[in-house]
Design a protein around this ligand. Structure first.
Ligand code: SAM
Length: 288
């Protein structure tokens, strides 16, 4: 396990994933019923954008830092809410500075979107990141941090007693069979908890390579894709996507509004796509 999210925090992939995550939480907490959230690959919780890891890659500069500095004219509400959540996390460390410094990982964004009574389990397998995550939420009884394999925890905790849930699957894709592991986790999750909302991130390293192997069930699906195009640094990840199964009502609409704006403000040649399959349509097969 060599992956450290600190090298990538706030990059364009985080922007895509986290704009969607903040919106999913908002929509899923609109109903007056308890929500269960599982973050299977949670990372360290929060990141210092001027820390050594972030400075070494500079990836946040083509991601959150560019977006945070953008002219806000016409900014869609979902993007404004994401930036507000990021700024609120940064303010925990002191008054705002000229540039954003502290970036929230998925567990922090999830925590900020929860209501009293909602339940959140965050899993992290890397010992150092798990320790940082435990420290991040020390004393917070709304968050259960597990130093554990997120795929195993998914199997153990679904279906949740709340019967309403969001599962974020965001692995590092170091292992060659990671796509298959994600697909298995989705299949298993859907068998046990068919009405749950699942969001799974995937890298697109080569346009002809399979993206996410999706479950063979009929599910409602929204896929978000973000491609850096000319803005990509040579040899670095240039495109990625997020598959959202059973998205809440209005999610697709919010993303259709948000992502073109995000793409337009991330740089020249950046493009975003939103695809949707209604519940009655078969889910695209692997590589489709
Ligand atoms: N979700 C985080 C966010 O959006 O801020 C970023 C997560 S990062 C892409 C992937 C994380 O998964 C890494 O911190 C890695 O150590 C961890 N990891 C790898 N394999 C795991 C597993 N089987 N179970 C739980 N965590 C794992």
């Amino acid at each position: 396990m060599n992956y450290r999210h600190g090298f990538h925090a706030g990059n364009f992939a985080d922007v895509l994933k986290h704009v969607a995550l903040v919106e999913l939480l908002r929509l899923l907490t609109a109903k007056d019923k308890g929500l269960f959230v599982l973050d299977t690959h949670a990372g360290a919780g929060g990141y210092d954008l001027v820390g050594e890891q972030a400075r070494r890659t500079g990836e946040a500069e083509a991601g959150i830092l560019r977006l945070a500095a953008a002219d806000r004219t016409g900014m869609p509400p979902a993007v404004a809410r994401y930036l507000a959540a990021v700024a609120a996390y940064d303010r925990k460390f002191g008054p705002p500075q000229d540039a954003l410094r502290h970036y929230p990982g998925s567990p922090r964004l999830i925590r900020a979107g929860l209501r009293p009574g909602d339940r959140f389990v965050a899993c992290e397998l890397h010992p150092g990141a798990a320790l940082a995550l435990k420290r991040e939420f020390a004393g917070d009884r709304a968050v259960e941090v597990r130093h554990a394999d997120g795929y195993r925890v998914l199997k153990a905790l679904l279906p949740p007693p709340e019967r309403r849930g969001l599962v974020l699957i965001d692995p590092p894709f170091e292992a060659v069979d990671e796509l298959d592991r994600v697909a298995r986790a989705l299949r298993h999750g859907l068998r046990r908890f068919a009405t749950g909302c699942y969001a799974a991130w995937y890298p697109v390293k080569d346009a002809t390579a399979p993206t996410l192997a999706t479950p063979p069930q009929r599910t409602s699906l929204v896929t978000l894709d973000l491609k850096l195009g000319e803005a990509a640094a040579p040899g670095k990840l240039a495109a990625c996507g997020l598959t959202v199964i059973n998205p809440p009502w209005k999610f697709e609409e919010a993303m259709r509004e948000a992502l073109p704006w995000v793409a337009a403000h991330l740089g020249r040649g950046v493009s975003a796509m939103v695809h949707a399959s209604p519940a009655s349509a078969p889910v695209p097969a692997r590589g489709a």
